[in-house]
Each structure stands twice: as structure tokens, then as C-alpha cells.
Design a protein around this ligand. Sequence first.
Ligand code: IMP
Length: 468
Amino acid sequence: MTVTIVGSQLGDEGKGGVVDLYGDAADVVARYQGGDNAGHTVVHDGEKYKLSLVPSGAVRGKIGVLGNGCVVNPETLFSEIDKLRERGLEPDVRVAERAHVILPYHRVLDGIEEDEKQDLAAGTTKRGIGPTYEDKMGRRGIRIGDLLEPEVLRERLEYVVPQKRALAEDVFGVSVSDANGGSSDESDGAEVGEGFDVDHLYETYREYGERLAAEGMTVDCGTFLQERIDAGENVMLEGAQGTSIDIDHGIYPYVTSSNPTAGGATVGTGLGPTVVGQGEVIGIVKAYLSRVGTGPLPTELGGVEGQTPDYDGNAPADEEVLATYIRDEGGEYGTVTGRPRRVGWLDMPMLRHAARASGFTGLAINHVDVLAGLDEVKVGHAYEYEGEELLTMPPTTEKWGRCEATFRTFDGWPEVDWADVASEGYEAIPENARTYLEYVADELEAPIYAVGVGPGREETVVLENPYE
Ligand code: IMP
């Protein structure tokens, strides 16, 4: 059977911990969208592993698959695999031949276009994700399978690279001979300009193809996964990012370029919707909201300069204090930049939208410990929009920006020994926290499968194992 893991907010809901928790019972963990924009940390045998592309299950001896809906940067892929090998692991990673390849020019163009867009910029990770999906839809992309066939690779590059060079130089006015060629190591001056050079790209990516072939890493994803399911194995379909940054169902244009919602799990792997639908779809919820980037956020507390629209430090002082408390307790600071993330109360219209779009069969609610110690905890229960009550997100981001959240208030819960709570079970969770959790489950009409009460996977209260 399959279990699909979907982020129900804006990414960073703690999906990795849930994948880790339930992944033990899985034989295969497959990602179905996104690329190396999805950072996750896995702790295994006391060791920390930071990954952005390789599915976390690969650290635990599972087969990790990058589905056809993913966009794959081979440089990141092999660097992560090599680092895991240096640390004594033997990750078994397979890549769909139908997955699209992120090339250096995609990364360069991602940066150029973000700078050009200014207020419309999504604050992308600059990994070339959007430009690669653009080329996929424009039918000018290069797929993993093409790396295995040198003539096809050259033909595709000869067609597309001059267009990319013209786009950078003639449309955006940026000389690509000065642009970094896409190496993740920005100090690598040798790469300058090579990201737009057909011969260089051909040699480099042909070699990646040779390595993929030599290590037997490529698969016909749908067939591979279906055969496993038919043999009675358990497959986990691991979504990256979250529903509100889904290209179709998110706050367009401040979104990523793929479908983190459960529909993505079928098109992004080649498994039929009936196969995915027979399994479980678990919505991962963070007990409050956090967000990196611009755009509206109706339940925001306080604000962050440069991200909160029109913010000039004018939020009420008590809100700022609360925001700082949640930010500090939840570690809501960028892992690379240290920049504070925007935080807010739970947004129920956002969650109802996510539950409907993916059809959640269960919920995992994380970071309940972060809110402990507050006198009261609020949730944005509904929105008021032009005199009407809305229970779900409106379809445009502009309308969303005109929504005012209407709140419900819950009594707070105390700080307790969360490790004890995790070992004792659900009833050990403070009563007021349980009232809060049960409100969420009732509103979303989905049962609670797990409650995260701390960062480690042992700090999780498990109510249901979807594979049992
Ligand atoms: P892209 O995916 O790099 O194109 O970025 C598009 C938007 O998605 C930006 O607002 C990113 O901050 C956001 N984003 C991409 N990946 C993640 C993630 O893993 N967690 C949270 N936000 C993300």
C-alpha cells in the first residue's frame, strides 16, 4: 500500500520527522515533486544528515526514489550520495528516467528573473526549480533518460542553450559570460560562463549519465513502484513543500512550480490515482504558521521587515513579543541566513483548503510543545471577506490579502516533560492542548495519527501507524 505525506501549509511543517517515523515500515520512499529546494535533516544512530534531494529513507536503508515529477540536479544528487558514502552508508537511490534535469542555466536564470521581478518575486531558493519546470512544460526540457543517450542529449542542448543565452542577454540584459555557471560552490570561478556552453554541458551531463547507468540508478518509476506494491511492499510517497505553495492550489505567484498536493503523488510517480487513493494521505500540520517570503498572511503576528507587506515596525508591542516568543521556541530562523521567519496563528481556512485538495485520511500535528507556556492560544477560525464569512481560502492571492481573520481563543497549556508525554501517549498531553488538537481534527474531519511534541522522532505521540 501507499502512504502519502503532504504539507498542509507553507512548507516547513515537519514532514521529514513524520516520513522518518512511518518510514520504518516502508520498503521504498519516493519523492514525487520538487528538487533540491527541499532541505531536510535526518538523525540516524545519533548522526545528523542534511539532505535536500535524496529521500530521507535512503539514510535508513530504504530504497529512495526520485519520481518523474521531480526536477533533479545531478551535481546535488551525487554530492549527497558521495557524502553519505563517506560516512559509511550505502544509499540505494533510483531516479525516474522521465524526471527533468536542472541545468546550470536554469539556476542562473532563476536568479536573474527573481531580481527582475522585484515585488512579484517569490523569494525562490534559486536552485533553478521554476525555470526547469518551465522547460518541461515548454517541451524543451532535458530528462534523466536523455543523459543516457549522448546523441539525444547533444541535440536537445543545441536546440535549447542558444535560447537560454538569448533570454539572459537579450531579454534580461545580463551577460552570461559574467554569470556563474551554476556551480553550487559560488567561489568556483572556473565555472563562469560554462553554464551556457553546449560543449561543456554535453561533456559534464554525459558523464552524469554514465554514472547513473554504471550504478544502475535509473528506473521507469511507475512500473518500478507498481511492481513493489504488487509484491506486497509498502511505499511512502513523500511530498515536499506545502499546499499553500502548490502551483495550482497555492498563493500564486508566491509559490513553487510543482504540486505538493496529493494529486502530484500520482502524476509525479506514474502510480494511478486509484492506487494512491486506496492508501492513506496524511496531512502534516504545524500547530502555528511560519512563512519565508512576501505576500499576505492573515493570521500573522507582528511582522518581519522586508517580508511582511508594508511593514514599518507598527505592529502592537504585545504581538511582537508573542511573535518573538514563538519564533525563538520554534527555532523559526532561516537555516542558512539566520533571518527571522514570519510567524502567525494557525489558519483554519488554509487547512480546510488543504484537507479538501488532498483528501486527508489522517493528520500529524507538529510543534505542539512550541506553544506551551502561553496564557492563551488563538486560531484563525474563518475569514471575513467583504462582509461575508469564508471558511476556506479564496482562489486568488489578492482576495486572500483582503481577508481578515476571525479568531477563536483556547486556554493555553503548560510546559511539561514532553519526552515523558511521548512515551506515555496521547492522554498524557495536557488537556487544553488536546482540546486544541481535537478542534483541528474535527474541523478537518480527519483523525489525528501523530502529535509532534519535540524535534526528535522519539518525541512524537503516535496514535496510528498507517501501514498497520
Ligand atoms: P522555489 O521552489 O525555489 O522556486 O521557490 C518558490 C517558493 O517556494 C519560495 O517562496 C520558496 O521560499 C518556497 N519554498 C521552496 N521550497 C521550500 C521548502 O522546502 N519549504 C518552504 N518554502 C519553500
